[in-house]
Design a protein around this ligand. Sequence first.
Ligand code: NAD
Length: 269
Amino acid sequence: MSDRFLAGRTALVTGSTSGIGLAIAEALGAAGARVVVNGLGSAEQIDAALAAVRAAGAVEAWLEPADLSDPAAIEAMMQRLAERGAVDIVVNCAGVQHTAPIGEMPAATWDKLIAINLSAAFHTMRLALPGMVARGFGRVVNIASVHGLVASVNKSPYVASKFGLVGLSKVAALECAGAGSRDSGGVTVNCVCPGWVETPLIEPQIAARAAAHGGDRDAGVRALLAEKQPSGRMSLPSDIAATVLFLCRREAHNLTGAAVPVDGGWTSQ
Ligand code: NAD
């Protein structure tokens, strides 16, 4: 059994019915946390996610099905969680993407991406951080993106939301920096900024590149990586989860306000 350093802690992972969020929920469960799974999906997908988190070692795992585009639903979720006990770790991972030039970006799509990718994190943080500060321990890890550090064409709401998430996290990190102690672990707020990660989110972008190579998916993946990610390798969701897990350790008490790239060198160029 792996190091159960999160025994007794409760972690909320938004967007954990799929992809990176699911891998994070599994990793936190394996480290001993009670895990609150949140996200959309079919009943089968949600059951499979909960089963995977329990199989990874979570002492308890349950679903909070809040639609994060709705602030009232987030408030109700955080209220229910507070009634069950303290939330020690919040990982804001839910995110959506839509690619189009700015002149063709539907206004409603802008509003939706900002609501899910940015405003939802503000709402979970404003409701969770005061309790963390009072208890002297807390971790907020926001899954931003390389697109919180550099831009790409055709991603106006996505890039705006992720730059916003990096800025929001730095403000919260400063406001919470003095809470707790080295022994208690303090309250930290960080972003992880992945480059390409193999999940359903990027399948449409792989398919677009594959179409230019006679439908060859592997060629599409290579083309996507060649544009931006010098390592030439996709990350796995579990690679991102390993970084999140480190940020949750007591020893990371002074690692706060950071935007940690996991991008194969993308943002070093
Ligand atoms: P994914 O599509 O596999 O998962 C997205 C998750 O968000 C799902 O659980 C989905 O149900 C949830 N979600 C979407 N809308 C929601 C809503 N309204 N309410 C509640 N949950 C909602 O995508 P992923 O690749 O795992 O992405 C996770 C995060 O990582 C996103 O924030 C994304 O921007 C970021 N990211 C992904 C990559 C990549 O290459 N895949 C790179 C950088 C950053």
